[in-house]
Every structure is written in C-alpha cells, then in structure tokens.
Design a protein around this ligand. Sequence first.
Ligand code: IPE
Ligand code: MG
Length: 248
Amino acid sequence: MDGNGRWANAQGKVRVKGHKKGMDVARETVENCARAGVKVLTLFAFSSENWKRPEDEVSYLMGLFIEGLSREAKSLLKNNIKIQVIGERSQLSKKLQKAIHKAEQLTQGCDQMVLNIATNYGGRWDIVNATKNIAKQVLEGTLSLDDIDEQGFSDNTCLSDLADPDLFIRTGGEHRISNFLIWQLAYSELYFTDLLWPDFNKDALEDAFFAYSSRQRRFGQTGEQVISRVTSQKMPQNISHVKTKGED
Ligand code: IPE
Ligand code: MG
C-alpha cells in the first residue's frame, strides 16, 4: 500500500493525512475483496524498516492502527472476517498489542475471509525466524537435517496455515517487493500500478483481478502442458452434464 505521503503532498497536505485516507481505502479494499470472494488478504501496513521514519509519523501510524483495530473489530466479526497480525509484536506498544489480541480473539472463529495485517513485519525476519525454529528442532533432536524440506520450512513461517498468495499488488509506481512475503511470493503473480494507494478504488482492484485472470500460471511447466492440464480438468465436469442420445 504505497503512495500515501505523495498523495498528501500533491494535495498540499501533511503526509499523515495520506495515511488517514489510506486507512479508509484499506477498509474499503477489505470489504471489496471479501465481496469478490477473496479468501485471504494480506496488507503490508508497517515494515520492520518503517521505524526509520520520522518519530511523529511512526507514532501517528501506531495510533491509527490502535484506533482502526478497536473501531473495526466488530464490523469484521459481523462480516465473518478473521483478522490476524503478523510480524514481531514484542516491539509494539502494550496498547497496540492489547488491541491486536482483542481483535484476533473476537474474530478467531470467522471463516469468510482471513485478513492478515503485516505490522513490524519483514520477509527476511520471517525467514530467519523459521530458520531458528528449525535449528532448535534439530538441536533438540526432534528433526533430522535430512528431513528439512521446503514444505517443512514453510510450516515454520508466518501464514504457514494458508496457501501462498496468488496475486501481489503494489501501488505507488515502484517496482519492488520491499521485503514483503519474500518466501511466500515465489510463484505469485506480481502486479504494479502507478496509482497512489489513497486512489486505489474498486475499479483499480478490478483492473488488478482482470490482469491476474489473463496470466498463465505455469509453475515451471510449459504453456502447452498447462493448457492440456486445464482442458483435462474441465472435461469430466462438462461431460457429466452432456446428455447422450437415448438418455432421458
Ligand atoms: C505507504 O505510503 C504507507 C506506509 C508505509 C504505512 P508511504 O508513506 O510510503 O507513501 P510515499 O511513498 O511516501 O508516497
Ligand atoms: Mg513509500
């Protein structure tokens, strides 16, 4: 969700006004994704590198998270959306940790969509964490070195219980991943738009979905293999509904 500061500057406003508007757009995007049938949405709200920003901007953002979580928790519950926060929470204020815990508890049984908010999150942090967990298991003798594999590694990262992302969207014109879900994005479709996050409306979301739908996901296979896989998967469904001569 990039471009809040530039959006505010372009309007002659202070940067934090962009974050405020960005929060409204995040709420609308959550609703639009849930309505569109998206099962998992992960928003990168604050990276482990964002602490380097001016102190007043960081504290404004933290205040915005606390306020947003407290205000939105009930409507997430009403819309059957489960919220989880990923990232290193021990460095967050006690007040924010409490708001996170409360929202997570309240919505833990919801199953329409999972909303992950990455806060004080970094993809490299996630990978280092997973490595430490695995090393610990090896040291304790519960895991042997030869049994370490990609699936087992994934199981030790954040979001281990969820499928890898299909689509990655970055607004704001930059063409980089900036330490987001770097392990999980290995085969995701990447989509970049010049729109600044506060301008990312429902039409822009639909444009991203449309672009995604026209991609061919090969996962290492050839284009021909993918086409025949899709065709052979679709065939049985179609055939079962075709009446043959003589049937009722
Ligand atoms: C992204 O917008 C929002 C957060 C990091 C919370 P920016 O604040 O990076 O906006 P620009 O890139 O300065 O326009
Ligand atoms: Mg930025």
